[in-house]
Design a binder for this molecule. Structure first.
Ligand SMILES: [Cu+2]
Length: 65
C-alpha cells in the first residue's frame, strides 16, 4: 500500500491471543471465534510484520511505499 492510506486489519482467531503490528506499536486483543478490527493509517514507509505472540506466528507483512 502507499504511505498515507488508511487500512483495516480484520482478524478472526481460533484462540484468545494478542495480535501485534510491529513498527506501529499497536496491539489488539482477539477472542476465540470473534472478530477484531484494527484501523490504522500507513504513516510511514517500510516492511512491518503483523504477528501473534502465543503462539508466535507471522500473519502478514505490511509493505508500505
Ligand atoms: Cu510482536
Amino acid at each position: 500500500m502507499s504511505k498515507g492510506e488508511r487500512f483495516v486489519l480484520d482478524i478472526t482467531s481460533d484462540r484468545d491471543d494478542k495480535v501485534h503490528v510491529h513498527g506501529f506499536d499497536k496491539e489488539v486483543d482477539v477472542a476465540a471465534g470473534k472478530r477484531a478490527k484494527l484501523e490504522l493509517v500507513a504513516d510511514r514507509t517500510g516492511r512491518y510484520e503483523v504477528e501473534s505472540h502465543d503462539p508466535a506466528l507471522l500473519i502478514v507483512v505490511l509493505q508500505i511505499r
